[in-house]
Design a protein around this ligand. Structure first.
Ligand code: PLP
Length: 441
């Protein structure tokens, strides 16, 4: 096959997601293989993966355990319907997953992506209240800067304007908490910032405006990733939990990014000591190898559905590929690696070194904030006059040219490497990034 980067017409048919298609196709960046901490580009350069793909390859790339499990599963049972039928490893996976979940969260509904997990969680919340005779609870509260995928539910509760503005009025009846990025108070914080827990009290104002009897659920990422790593202040999440309890609103944590070890426990809920009613996941669940998502639900919620006639379907929802056998095999093999290599605690072991290495960039010109938790960090750069995003994009492309993959949101550089990272990789990551930032005047 010809090298597509040398053949522009070869690239015409593919409309790429979240990409400046015309610009990309003039100067493509192509990855042709991956192993462990590194991608190989189409021109045979080693690219250190500073982002675990898109926050998903937590155990590193092309793990042979996953490859073998997937190959064997396709050979044994390539597909089986999950509506009114089952296959054994979906049950096995659900049991294994709940053994890692916070206490009281012990039911799992399978999806194929983070967006589907979010839609599923919102629908569970609506139906839950309706079954309990509180059908007036139809509103959702999300948060500014929130990213909950790209389904209509997810963009309605999400808070990133570019993801919302083209798509009409969205779901009716959503409201948004203020975001928690307070650089004025918390610049260069390490771990959870000290200031801003009071922002959670704004939920009281939203309740006062709409009345609790109209609100089904509050959905937030415990740590916002896609917006450029926005952390909750100490105590913020607990206040949300308390207010939700006070008014009978469900609390949903979107852990699509934070799930499966990113912040030093299997879930951020455990790391931050706040248990929601529903947790949405995807990405690290199957190490990014096969698309898969899962919604974790408290027993109380699931049992609410199990009250009608036993021959009735309790929840009219599901996907052709819910609990796909190949995805289940990939997820089981991923869990096997996470457990055996204790990857969920890796962010605790290396967190301090990662944090110190990130904050060593503080003195560089144009760095206006550095934020981090576990194996996540953001280097927030000043925008060029009248050209927001230009410096960030330049850092991204220059890092790639020098063999490092970072993620940019505007002028924020986000880092979330695979959890198998070692100190030498951390040195390479921040060494390259520091040189590049210094050149992007
Ligand atoms: C918190 C969060 N929720 C949902 C999603 C959507 O996941 P997907 O792209 O798999 O639909 C993402 C993706 O980055 C995410 O970060």
């Amino acid at each position: 096959m010809s090298n597509p980067s040398n053949n522009k017409t070869h690239m015409d048919a593919y409309w790429m997601p979240f990409t400046a298609n015309r610009q990309f196709k003039q100067t493509p960046r192509l990855l042709k293989s991956a192993k462990g901490m590194f991608y190989t580009s189409d021109d045979d350069r080693q690219i250190l993966d500073g982002t675990a793909g898109l926050w998903c390859c937590n155990a590193g790339h092309s793990r042979s355990e996953i490859t073998q499990a997937v190959a064997q599963q396709i050979e044994t049972l390539d597909y089986a319907p999950s509506f009114q039928l089952g296959h054994p490893i979906a049950f096995e996976l659900a049991n294994r997953l709940v053994s890692h979940a916070p206490d009281g969260i012990n039911k799992v509904f399978f999806t194929n992506s983070g967006s589907e997990s979010v839609d599923t969680a919102l629908k569970i919340a609506l139906a839950y209240h309706r079954i309990r005779g509180e059908a007036s609870r139809t509103r959702f509260v999300g948060r500014e800067k929130g990213y909950h995928g790209v389904g209509f539910g997810g963009i309605s509760v999400g808070g990133l304007v570019n993801n919302r503005k083209m798509f009409g009025p969205l779901l009716p009846g959503t409201d948004h908490l203020p975001h928690t990025l307070r650089i004025d108070l918390n610049a260069f914080s390490r771990g959870l910032p000290k200031h801003g827990a009071d922002l959670a009290q704004r939920l009281e104002d939203i309740v006062a405006l709409h009345d609790a009897s109209t609100i089904a659920a509050v959905i937030v990422e415990p740590l916002q990733g896609s917006a450029g790593v926005v952390l909750p202040a100490e105590g913020y999440l607990q206040t949300l939990r308390d207010i939700c309890d006070k008014y009978g609103m469900l609390l949903i944590f979107d852990e699509v990014i934070t799930g499966f070890g990113r912040v030093g426990n299997c879930f951020a809920s455990q790391e931050f000591g706040v248990t929601p009613d529903i947790i949405t996941t995807a990405k690290g669940l199957s190490n990014g190898a096969v698309p898969m998502g899962a919604v974790f639900v408290s027993e109380k919620i699931e049992q609410t559905f199990m009250t009608g006639p036993e021959e009735m379907i309790e929840f009219f929802h599901g996907y052709t590929y819910s609990g796909h056998p190949v995805a289940c095999a990939a997820a089981l093999a991923s869990l096997g690696i996470y457990e055996r290599d204790k990857l969920f605690s890796k962010a605790h072991q290396l967190g301090q070194y990662f944090e110190d290495s990130a904050h060593a960039l503080a003195a560089l010109e144009h760095v206006r904030d550095i934020r981090n938790y576990g194996l996540v960090a953001a280097i927030d750069l000043e925008s060029r006059e009248g050209k927001p995003g230009e410096r960030g994009y330049e850092v991204f492309t220059e890092c790639f040219r020098r063999g490092l993959l970072v993620r940019v949101t505007g002028d924020i550089i986000a880092l979330s490497p695979p959890l198998i990272i070692e100190k030498s990789h951390i040195d390479q990551l921040f060494g390259t990034l520091s040189e590049v930032i210094a050149t992007c005047k």
